[in-house]
Each structure stands twice: as structure tokens, then as C-alpha cells.
Design a protein around this ligand. Structure first.
Ligand code: PLP
Length: 433
């Protein structure tokens, strides 16, 4: 399988190079030259297959011969080392729980897969790679955890001081080893700006090999298809495929679902559930794609004003907006509605949802009330304990911390405090200290 750049100015590459580079030299996102199709026979026997076999079959055509089968099986198995249950709230609505991984967020799946692929590609090479990421919360923890101890890889994470939750901060800063946390005296935008400057600094890049680990990397994006197939395995009413509501920010997660559907996975409809950052909702209504600066909300992992993966969704539909609109709707949910939704889900179903999942729930509930014969599920992308204040305020009940988190909170924070000063960052990256 080859991947071409959506900007069409760089040569096509294989999975290995696409993973190592992250983004094409022309700044385009990589996209597979063909979308592999799973036939009806394969889809029909999904209930009899082991989760790892499903995931292996899904990812194999994308990886091609860049990783030997046996190694790829191990990577897939280690990626899926926790359960992904589809939990029924009532006859019409279920929750696909993606928060049972080590950092309690769905990003664990993509980060675990990508880190292991990169580790394999770099093994036996003298080249050292520095993974540089800015995080507003969840990405940093999942990436740090996924790459911990991977040889040949240094991870540098920038996060805005005082603007991530206490749990998120501990997930970033307590690991040590090959993970370096930089606490920036500024905003998330400042962090992102510093990262962009580093990627644009050719002198720096002649000295160290930089790559990114956000969802534009194919090795993080593509394995997110796994759990859409695993949800279908658990879906009871095979004659009535689900409506799937995905809490969306950068649109990598929903794009993976749409790709799975293009490969033959039965899905009735997709809903992009957004908070006040509603670029895509507006686009589907008006045909005008207007990006803007992100607005802070309760579902902060979705505060994105220019969703990078949307171009991939357009590519799947060959840039045909009418076709896209048949398969995808977008809904906007305010913070007030999010709080009300957390309360409703708890009161009606005795189920605790985090603010992101609650946005997904409400968007689905609205859609299904207009399509009463259909059923669906929303993706619960984070554990409610990661957002205890909102959940506690909405439900009036304290959120109980799992034991793993209690011990994490007792770990020591190891971070380097810095002003948003690019020269300082460049110095840290070059000196490796
Ligand atoms: C990252 C994140 C999202 C948004 O996912 P995208 O792939 O960027 O659309 C939603 N919920 C949570 C909890 C997240 O961490």
C-alpha cells in the first residue's frame, strides 16, 4: 500500500515512511491509494472471530510488507490489551466505552499502535527520533504512555501550565525515562506555536529527526478503525446497522469510522457531535468552510477551530458534498446542554458520562428522536473521572477514583518550567537535556 499526499506535491510513500514522517514534505496529509474492501463473508463471520484477528485483518493491507505478520500480530495484541465494551443504555442507545486503556481515553489505542510501529521501524537503526507534541490534555498522556520505554524514541511534550486537569498533568509528568514534559508558561496555542516553529526550523531538523504523534499520523489514525469493527461484532441487531455518534474535535476518530464504512462495515449514518467549535456543522449547512480560533468549552479535547482530518473525509467521498451529506450529519451542543445531558444520562440510565461522551449522547438522542426506527451508539471517549468537576456538578454525586489513578496521583511531578520562548525550546531539543 502506498500513501499519497493530499497536497499532491510530494511522492507517494509506504506505511513505514508515512509513519516516520508523520506529514508529507509538502505539508499534506497522507492518504491510502486504495481503500481495501472486506467482503460480506468476512463481515458475516465477525462474531466468531477473536478481536485480535479482526484488527489484524483490518490493518494488514495498510501495513503491507513493512512489518512482518508475526510482529504485526504482537503489535495489534498489545494495542488491544483492555476491553472495549458496547454497553446498552436502553433499547435505542448504547455507549462504546473506549476509556479502559492506561490513560483512560480513546487516544490510547492509536498511540499504543503508533508507538510500537515506530519502535519497530527504528530498531536496529542508529537514528534517534524525537516525537514532539503540544497537548491541551489527553493527547500528551496517551502519547507519553504509549512511547514509554520505546528504544530510539525521545518524547517531548509541551503543555500549558495550569490549564490541564490534575489527572492529565500527572499522566504527562510522572513517567520520566524517555518522556520529557515541558510546562509552558502560556496557553495551548503558545505550545502549538512553539511546536510549529520547531518543525519549520530547518537548521534544527538537520541536527535532530523530528516527528509528530498527533492524529494526522497514519499509524495513529488507521488503527482507530479497530473499535468500529469490534462494536459491530457486539451489535445485536445485525439487520439494522447502527447510527454512530462521534464526539469530534480534530475529526481523526470519526474519519477512521467513515473509512471502516467505506471498507464494507455496515453503518446506517454518522453524526459528528461537536461543541461550540462548529466549523463542520456550519459547513454542512452552508457549504462554506470557515475555520476560526478555538473557543474553550467543557469538552476541551474537542476545542479545535480547524479540524485537520476533515480533508481526509472529503477525500473518502471524492470531494462530493451531496454524497457526504447522505452519510454524515453534524450537530452542535452547548456547554449548558452538555451539563444537562450528563444529568439526564445519569437520571435516566444510571450511567456516568464525561462531557465529551455527553455531547455524543445528546447529538445521537436528537437524531434518533427524528428516526424512531433506528438505533445507535455514541463513542464514550474518556472516563468521567478525568473531568470530575463537571460530572460532579451535573449529577450531584462525587466521582469515585479507580485505584490505578489514586496511586498515579501520589507520583512525583517531573517537568521543566519554561517561558514560551522558541530559543529555549530549540536549546532543550538540541542538547537532549
Ligand atoms: C481527542 C479527543 C476527542 C476528539 O477526537 P478527534 O479525533 O480529535 O475528533 C474527543 N474526546 C476526547 C476525550 C478526546 O481526548
Amino acid at each position: 500500500m502506498k500513501y499519497y499526499s493530499l497536497n499532491k506535491q510530494s511522492p507517494a510513500v509506504d506505511f513505514k515512511d508515512a509513519t516516520i514522517l508523520g506529514q508529507a514534505p509538502d505539508k499534506g496529509l497522507y492518504f491510502p491509494e486504495t481503500i481495501p474492501v472486506k467482503d460480506k463473508e468476512w463481515i458475516g463471520r465477525i462474531e466468531q472471530m477473536a478481536d485480535e484477528d479482526i484488527a489484524f485483518d483490518v490493518i494488514k493491507p495498510y501495513v503491507g510488507s513493512t512489518i512482518p505478520d508475526e510482529k504485526l500480530r504482537t503489535i495489534v495484541k498489545e494495542t488491544l490489551s483492555f476491553p472495549i465494551p458496547l454497553v446498552e443504555l436502553n433499547k435505542q442507545i448504547s455507549s462504546l466505552e473506549l476509556f479502559h486503556g492506561p490513560t483512560l481515553a480513546f487516544k490510547d489505542i492509536g498511540a499504543r499502535f503508533m508507538s510500537r510501529c515506530l519502535g519497530y521501524f527504528l530498531s536496529g537503526e542508529s537514528k534517534k527520533v524525537t516525537v514532539l507534541v503540544a497537548t491541551s490534555g489527553d493527547t500528551g498522556g496517551a502519547v507519553a504512555n504509549g512511547f514509554l520505554g520505546v528504544e530510539g524514541v525521545e518524547v517531548v511534550i509541551l503543555y500549558p501550565s495550569g490549564k490541564v486537569s490534575p489527572v492529565q498533568e500527572k499522566q504527562l509528568t510522572s513517567l520520566g525515562k524517555n518522556i520529557k514534559a515541558l510546562e509552558v508558561d502560556g496557553s495551548f496555542d503558545d505550545c502549538q506555536q512553539l511546536v510549529k516553529q520547531a518543525f519549520a526550523d530547518e537548521a534544527l531538523r538537520r541536527n535532530i529527526f523530528l516527528t509528530s504523534a498527533n492524529s494526522i499520523n497514519v499509524a495513529r489514525w488507521l488503527p482507530q478503525q479497530f473499535y468500529y469493527f469490534l462494536a459491530w461484532k457486539q451489535w445485536k441487531d445485525k439487520h439494522n446497522p447502527p447510527v454512530i455518534s462521534v464526539p469530534s474535535g480534530n475529526f481523526g476518530n470519526i474519519c477512521a469510522g467513515i473509512l471502516a464504512n467505506a471498507s464494507g462495515l455496515p453503518v446506517n449514518h454518522f453524526i459528528a457531535a461537536c461543541n461550540a467549535n462548529d466549523v463542520v456543522t456550519n459547513y454542512l449547512e452552508t457549504g462554506e468552510y470557515k475555520t476560526r480560533t478555538a473557543i474553550p468549552t467543557l469538552s476541551n479535547a474537542m476545542d479545535v477551530g480547524n479540524p485537520s482530518n476533515f480533508v481526509r473525509i472529503l477525500e473518502i467521498f471524492h470531494q462530493q458534498l451531496p454524497d457526504l451529506k447522505k452519510k454524515l450529519s453534524s450537530a452542535t451542543v452547548s456547554d449548558t446542554e452538555t451539563m444537562q445531558a450528563i444529568k439526564d444520562i445519569f437520571d435516566k440510565h444510571q450511567y456516568l458520562a464525561d462531557p465529551h461522551g455527553a455531547v455524543g449522547y445528546l447529538a445521537l438522542d436528537r437524531y434518533l428522536s427524528e428516526h424512531v426506527d433506528l438505533k445507535g451508539f455514541f463513542l464514550e471517549t474518556a472516563h468521567p473521572v478525568k473531568f470530575p468537576d463537571a460530572v460532579q456538578t451535573a449529577t450531584g454525586k462525587p466521582v469515585v477514583m479507580p485505584p490505578s489513578l489514586k496511586s498515579l496521583m501520589n507520583e512525583k511531578k517531573k517537568s521543566l518550567f519554561m517561558k514560551p520562548d522558541y530559543n529555549h525550546l530549540a536549546h532543550i531539543l538540541l542538547s537532549g537535556s
